[in-house]
Design a protein around this ligand. Structure first.
Ligand code: GUN
Ligand code: ZN
Length: 429
């Protein structure tokens, strides 16, 4: 097998940093190298120690190598509704998003869009994604097939939705169960693919359908579960009206056994103390979607409060309620959302979050999210001087934290020089 040596400055986190001064939480190597073989990182360290005559050297100096970014919540069939003008969540869904998703009943369109979708992720440095497909099994098939052909780590599932949506976008409790079961059999555990059982949210699932999702979760405990929770006040009110026996929104999912350590809950903004306690007890993972929450005017995610209750929060773009594929821009907006609440997101914690932190939320830190030897060779090459404005700012940078913060505040796909998935470069240079 061929050996490749990636030479560059290198940054990888060992654990979550406690403060901007917590320099033992990461490994930074000024003249570093990664030895890649068969899609895996075989060694990481000083170039002088790892260099071997058998390897082909790719020299990315002076750029920075980091683990590939992990996006824990976004929607495959929403790439063409990014930035649609609407009042707020439910209007945006009804006026733009549901009509758009009806197009994904066409396998040829799904195949074309899957390729474009994964290209956009790679452009922006995202190497692992947790995506919602449309209600059509064909959309999940297309996305899985495209990810498999790229040897990409992908978690997805067809949405289950059997009410409160256009007829052509509704399944039934039974067909949603059957299609999901068949998709799990076809794709889960193949290559680097995993299935996420995906009841869209309480509003679009009848009690029968949530019971079907529960049955699937019991039958396939190694699958993820993804849904939306407590994003918007009108959504919360309607959910509680549709499930009058539940004490609150979180209780709807609790009653159907949908809260566990593999449950990813998009948004999780307007939660009571009781709900936070239930989520913490279950070990479920709230997902912070800052660009979406600002764009749809949904509210401010209270990261500190959830963390204080013991929750592990993930962070994500939520394309296409979210406005950027970039996890850098996601951090930029996340920083501002937390600023408004007097919560300080320092750059080391920010970059830990979109790499090892999201890997921990997915229970995958042994595979992805670091540059450790023995993990999958998903990494990005970053240039904090990618634009004239960034270069001008960087002339006054005082060190690594400043460089990271420049990337976070001013960076986007232009700052991603190259994205490697399983050791293979994805961006045309
Ligand atoms: N709630 C249910 N579906 C969606 C969706 O597609 N986007 C967002 N932001 N919230 C949702
Ligand atoms: Zn979403």
């Amino acid at each position: 097998m061929t050996l490749t040596l990636i030479r560059a400055r290198l940054l990888s986190f060992l654990r979550e940093p406690h403060s901007p001064d917590d320099t033992t939480s990461f490994r930074y190597i000024d003249d570093g190298a990664l030895l890649i073989e068969g899609g895996m990182i075989r060694a990481m360290g000083e170039f002088s120690q790892i260099n071997t005559p058998d390897a082909t050297v790719i020299d990315h100096r002076p750029h920075l190598v980091m683990p590939g970014f992990i996006d824990t919540h976004l929607h495959f069939p929403q790439t063409q509704v990014i930035g649609c003008w609407a009042a707020e969540l439910l209007d945006w869904l009804n006026d733009y998003t549901f009509p758009e998703e009806t197009r994904y009943n066409d396998p040829a369109l799904c195949a074309r869009m899957a390729s474009a979708f994964l290209d956009r992720l790679a452009d922006h440095g995202t190497t692992t994604a947790v995506a919602y497909a449309s209600v059509h099994a064909a959309s999940a098939d297309a996305l899985f097939a495209e990810a498999l052909s790229r040897d990409m780590r992908l978690i997805t599932g067809k949405v289950m939705m059997d009410r409160n949506a256009p007829g052509s976008l509704r399944d039934t409790a039974q067909s949603g169960y059957d299609d999901t079961k068949a998709l799990i059999a076809r794709w889960h555990g193949r290559g680097r693919l995993s299935y996420a059982i995906t009841p869209r949210f309480a509003i679009t699932s009848t009690p029968d359908q949530l019971a079907a999702a529960q049955a699937l979760a019991v039958e396939h405990p190694d699958c993820y579960i993804q849904t939306h929770l407590s994003e918007n006040h009108a959504e919360i009110a309607l959910s509680c009206q549709l499930y009058p026996d539940a004490v609150d929104y979180t209780d709807i999912y609790a009653r159907y056994g949908l809260l566990g350590t593999k449950s990813l809950l998009g948004h999780a903004i307007h939660l009571s103390d009781r709900e936070i306690g239930v989520l913490a007890e279950a070990g479920a993972k709230p997902v912070f979607c800052p660009t979406s929450n600002l764009f749809l005017g949904s509210g401010l995610f209270d990261d500190a409060k959830l963390r204080a209750a013991g929750l592990v929060n993930a962070i994500a773009t939520d394309i296409g309620g979210g406005t950027s594929y970039s996890m850098l821009q996601t951090l930029a907006e996340g920083y501002k959302v937390l600023q408004l609440q007097r919560q300080r997101l320092h750059p080391f914690r920010a970059f830990h979050w979109i790499t090892r932190g999201n890997a921990v939320a997915l229970g995958l830190e042994h595979c992805i999210g670091t540059l450790d030897a023995g993990t999958e060779a998903d990494f990005v090459i970053l240039n904090a001087r990618a634009t004239p404005a960034m270069a001008q700012r960087m002339d006054r940078a005082r060190g690594l934290a400043d460089e990271l913060f420049t990337l976070q505040v001013m960076g986007d796909d232009r700052a991603v020089v190259q994205t490697y998935i399983a050791g293979t470069p994805q961006k045309a240079c």
